[in-house]
Write a protein that binds this ligand. Sequence first.
Ligand code: GLU
Length: 350
Amino acid sequence: MTLQWQSSLIIQLTKGDTMKKIITTISAALVLFAVSSPFNSIAKSAEFFSIGTGGPTGVYFQVGNAVCKMVAKIQSAEHGRKKGTDKAYRCSAPSTGGSTYNIGQIMQGELQFGVAQSDWQYHAYNGTRPDKVKPYDKLRAVFSAHPEPFQIIARKGSKIKDWKSLKGKKVNIGNPGSGQRGTFEVLMEAHGVDTGYFGATSELTSSEQSGALCDKKIDAFGYTVGVPNAGVAQSTDGCGASIINLNTDAVKKLVADNPFYAFATIPKGTYKTSKKDVTTFGVMASFVTSADVSEDLVYSVTKAVFENLDDFRKQHPAFANLDPKKMIVDGLSAPLHPGAVKYYKEKGLM
Ligand code: GLU
């Protein structure tokens, strides 16, 4: 029963007769509304869940919000409730500290899903870097999204051209909880140095670092992020910063030794200062959950995403090449959640 229908009923009866009739009708309509309104049934049975993302200017934030939009779309197509059950899913995708923060919150049950770099997904599931991400063998993969090259963005005039010339400079290594913070530390270890190699280090968030670079408070920052990215553009297009090549022997060894790293290219022309292709290493952004999250919820989210991939691709240029066959394999080191497997098998993707 809709509100519109009730008001026309009331108007018809008003034309008919007495005040008593009107009052009786209004009360009956209100009771009926309370019992049968679709809004009311959603409020009663909606199940809310949250997706951890990253900084508001990053690409994770776009992933999380794209997923919520697709979930809302599929749910409203099914008349606000999941077919065959009395449940509707509603979601939010708040900005967070990033990968390792998201995994920690999934572990606590505070978040049901999160976006995380494939290196930190690997280490959390396998318990191989307990100093950087909490071991969590109940971590489950759902799909992977876009590639994320690790980028060092150097301020114009800083004279930073490569890893060596970062020595003694003021460098932002990222906020604790972010994926880039951990990956930057791995990169330092691989080169046999620590923060003492730099003149100074800061822990600014991804939304603060570009401003700090253009204000000359820092000389460079490290960021693992999809391409293109508005935050990076703020410093390249905004104040002439450029992305340096990272193809030292130590980087080559990292790529050779670890399944979750691969070489990545940031093509010339990506940003105003991208005069040449840049070579670096990178990871995949992956969408993860917990084995404790219900099969029904993971199935519903997976279905919403894979049945609206065209919408997903249009949300951000980093998603333009999303390929379902790759999304269920690339960058996934934790086992797939059974809810996702159910959908992939049903669709013949697996
Ligand atoms: N890779 C970053 C992290 O793990 C986030 C990048 C983004 O927000 O798009 O924290």
